[in-house]
Structures are given as structure tokens and as C-alpha cells.
Ligand binder design. Sequence first.
Ligand code: PGA
Length: 247
Amino acid sequence: MQKEHKKFYILGNWKMQVRGTTAQELLVKTATLVASENFSPHLHVSVFPPFTYLDRARYVLAESPAYLGAQNVSSEMSGALTGQISILDLQDLGVFYALLGHAEVRALLHETDAGVAKKAALCSDVGIVPVVCFGADVTKTPAQHAECILKMSEGVRKMILAYEPIGAIGTGVTPSLEHVVDVVEGAHELLDRYKIAGEVVYGGSVNAENIESFMSTSVDGVLVGGSSHTAKVWTDLMMRANKFMQR
Ligand code: PGA
């Protein structure tokens, strides 16, 4: 008899590193693999392409159980905001998740916890699930991280929290599993205490080789950057996760 597995989230963040035929191949392979008969229903896969690929992604993924995420959103619903993308546009595009507060957005676009909080509340209002990154600043204490999480989740009833320590993003270096589990379980307690429905995932240098180690802990899933950018590497990662689920 097969073991009971809880749901495990695999979120692929394309950043600004995928386009053209690679984008098309990634979408088609994701749709095909996730819809295949022996792909575990306990694996919850989503991709976060650049805004310009959301429309195409929506059509390619339409018949598959894979979900669509956007990499950011404006903190305003509408207005004279040249260059911004409204949550209503995301809603029209069938987007399920919005990634908020990523370390790169904080660094490049000066995103703040207050800005993330506003965006997360907007997401909640229209039924898009915010995926809120925290923990990039490793100089913060657990209590300070908790304070940030609470600030960013005010008024939000359902969310995914993504623990992304800065030193792990794009470096090939991951923190110890014990450390990740400690932070993830601490964040879960916080969600429970404030009655927010949510999952807590880890992000930073996750790949096909190390995904199983995260799957064997209480971590709810992984936010994957570099290993979600080419079809072969991404499908290898999903197949490894699927194999783990079949055990
Ligand atoms: P990485 O990126 O997997 O390339 O480290 C993770 C992220 O930035 O979400």
C-alpha cells in the first residue's frame, strides 16, 4: 500500500530569464508532465512567467492541473500608474498566485514590508493567493522575522509564505535542513496563532538533487528559481519529486 502524502508545492519562478522557444517548451512540458497519468495529485505545481507570457501560459496550461503565478503586481487596483500591472489584469489572465516581496524586488524596486502588505490585501480581496517572501535579511532575529510576517499578512486569510534567505538565492548553497525546518515551523505556528490558512515553503538553490531532502521534512514546498528555467532541468526536478511521492 502506498504511504499517505500531504500536498507538496513546487513553484517555478522564471524571473527575467526565460523567453521565446524556451518559454514555449517549458510550458508545454510542464502541462504534459503534470497532466500525465502517473503524476502524483499531491504535487501542486505552478509557474511564474514574466507578465508578457501570462496570456500564452494560461492557454498552454489550460487543460493541465498546473497553476499560474505572476511575479509581482501593483499596490493599486487602478490609476494613472504607467508601467504597472493591476491585480484586475492578473485576475483576467486566470492568475492564481502573485509572488510578493522577493529579495530581488526589494533590492531593485525598493519593495518594503508595508508595500507587500498592501499588495497581499489586494490579492486577498480578489481571490488571488499571495506568495509572500520573508527572511532574506539574515541579520534579523526570529522575533523580527515574525513581526515582518505579521505586518505583511494583515487582513490576509490565505497565503503561502516563502522563506528565502538571501545567501541561498542563486548561489548553489542551501542552509542546513534543521535551520530551514526551524524557520518553517516557526512561521507555521504564527499562521496558526493568527488563524491564517497557509503553507510555508523554502526557496534558494533548490534543484533536482536536493528536492527530496526538503520533501522528507515538514516543509510544505519549494520556490525554485534557476532550476525552473530550462525544460530538461525543470522536468528532472518534477520527476524526482514525483518519484519521491510514489514511494
Ligand atoms: P534560485 O532562486 O532557485 O535560483 O536560488 C530562488 C528564488 O529566487 O526564488
